[in-house]
Design a protein around this ligand. Sequence first.
Ligand SMILES: N[C@@H](CCC(=O)N[C@@H](CS)C(=O)NCC(=O)O)C(=O)O
Length: 302
Amino acid sequence: MPRIESVPLHQFVGRIRKDGSTPFAPEPGRYHFYLAIGCPYSHVIAIVLNLLGLDSAISQSLVDDLRDARGWAFRPLRGPDPINGFAFLSDAYMASRPSFVGHVSCPTLWDRRTAQVVSNDSHEIVVDLITQFDEIATETVDLYPENIRADIDALSSRILDEVGIATYLAGFSNDQADYAGKVHALFATLDELEERLGKGRFLFGDRLTESDVRLWAILARFDIAYHSLFRANLRRIIDFPNLWAYARDLYALPAFRTLSDFEAIKAVYWGMFPTLNPSGIVPVGPLLNWHAPSDRTAKAGI
Ligand SMILES: N[C@@H](CCC(=O)N[C@@H](CS)C(=O)NCC(=O)O)C(=O)O
C-alpha cells in the first residue's frame, strides 16, 4: 500500500454509530462492500459479515481479481459494479470527494443513502460491524467481547504487522540481510502463536474472536503463496502442529470454509506480482489436506 507523504493513509474514516453521533446509522440495505477475492482484509470482512449474519443486510460484490497500475477495476470475471456502474474502484472515491488523491483499497464500504465512500479502514469497519449492528445481525456470536477488547486489538495489530505485512516486506525486500531479518522475526511471531494455540482452541481460549479471523486470512494464504512467492520459507504452516490443526479447525466452520477459495487466492498472488513471478505461472501445489480432522474441540475449555 503505497503512501503519499503528508497524506493520511485512510482519508475516508466514517464511523457507523447507533447513537446518531455520525451521519452513518446502522440500517439494513444501506451499505455495500467492494471486496477483492485475493485480499486478506476483504476476506476478513466477508467472514465477519457471515459469522454475524449480516449477509443479507449488507451487500457485497467483487472487483476484478487482479489489480494493475490503474488500481482495482470492474471487469467481466467478477461482473460490473452493481451499485454505481463504475469502471474503477477509484471512481467511487472521486465521486465521493472530487479532490481525492491517495490510497484506494479493498475493502471499501459504500453508503447508498448518501452516495459516498464511508471508510476503507478495515479495522475500524470490522469494529463497527461487530459493535453497531447487533440489532440487525441474525447471529449472536460476540467476536469482540468487551472485557478483552484491548487484548484483541493488541493481538490483531501484532498479527497484522508482524505476520501479515511482514510477509510482504520480506517478499519485496531488495537486501539480503534485511530480508533474512524480516523472515526470522516473522517466524519468531509464528512460534509464539504456535505456543499460544497449544493452550486453547482459539487465540483467546474457547472464544472465537476477531483476532482469529485476522489470523485465518493470513494462514489461508501462507503455504500457497507467502511461503514460496515471498520466500517466507523457514517452515510451512503445515509444519506447525498447533497452527495447522487450528487452521483446519477454523476451516471446518462454514463461514471459513465456504468463503475461502484457495485456488483463486493462489492465482491472484502468483499472477499479480510480475517482479516476483515474471512468467505468471501458478504452481500446481502444494497439496494441503484441509479436510483432515483436527482435535481442537477437545481444547475448548482450556
Ligand atoms: N489499510 C487498509 C489496507 C487494505 C489494503 O491494503 N488492501 C489492499 C488489497 S489486499 C489494496 O487494496 N491495496 C491497494 C493499494 O494499496 O493501492 C485496510 O486495513 O483496509
